[in-house]
Write a new protein. Structure first.
Length: 242
């Protein structure tokens, strides 16, 4: 697995991407320092999820460069990018419904053959999400929405990576469950992980974020510290509805 540079876990420079002949991202540049949490906010349908899919090789990149540490990901297939330690935790759950919690988690460790490493990763995810430990033999289809989201995040952690791309982890969840999810994400940041997070509501993640980027119509229209964005009423009203 790729060892990331200390100063930059991820860098995008002038990235344009989309699906088929449709361009979604336009000249996107951003930097995720190692050990930081950077959040991309913006209205729905304006390219946030496409950004994460482009980094992980799931969309067609037209121009620009994407680097993880010293490795250029441009043109690299998705399975190779995952093999370098880029864990993409997509919007929604995308679990295998008839598999148990533990079987779903094992799917995240498919690149690892050492049982000792897998056992250590299980210890971490069950420590982060104690509820999952009691649900190990329960099928995913019987879990609550919050539990399924926990499994989705935990499955990404089973890769053993230091770089996480997390897409709208709070989507559709009750406020109490959202607090639990973000408490776990805060613990992951404290452990030294580098996290690129997509979120619609900047206030929800302001305390965790080191920097925010506002994405609208496929390009970044503002970047800066979270507290500054929350003070910019005109930006919030224009792009996020208040």
């Amino acid at each position: 697995m790729l060892r990331l540079k200390h100063d930059a876990a991820l860098e995008l420079d002038g990235v344009t991407a989309g699906y088929g002949g449709l361009t979604i991202l336009r000249d996107v540049s951003l930097r995720l320092p190692a050990g930081h949490l950077v959040t991309v906010v913006g209205p729905n349908g304006h390219g946030k999820s496409t950004l994460l899919k482009t980094i992980s090789g799931l969309t067609q990149q037209g121009s620009g460069r994407i680097r993880v540490g010293e490795k250029d990901l441009t043109g690299m297939p998705a399975h190779a990018i995952a093999g370098l330690g880029v864990a993409h935790i997509p919007q929604g759950d995308l679990l295998f419904p008839e598999m148990t919690v533990e079987e779903n988690l094992l799917m995240g460790a498919y690149l690892t053959t050492e049982q000792a490493q897998i056992d250590l990763r299980f210890e971490e995810v069950y420590r982060l999400f104690p509820k999952l430990a009691s649900r190990r033999v329960q099928t995913a289809s019987t879990l609550s929405g919050g539990e399924r989201r926990m499994v989705g995040i935990a499955r990404g952690l089973m890769m053993g990576t230091q770089l996480l791309l997390i897409d709208e982890p709070s989507l559709g969840l009750a406020p109490l469950v959202i607090d639990q999810i973000y408490e776990a994400i805060g613990a992951l940041k404290s452990s030294g992980r580098s996290i690129l997070l997509v979120e619609e509501n900047p206030a929800r993640v302001a305390e965790l974020s080191d920097e925010m980027h506002l994405l609208d119509d496929g390009h970044i229209v503002w970047s800066g510290p979270p507290d500054e964005l929350l003070r910019r009423d005109e930006l919030l009203a224009t792009y996020l509805g208040g």
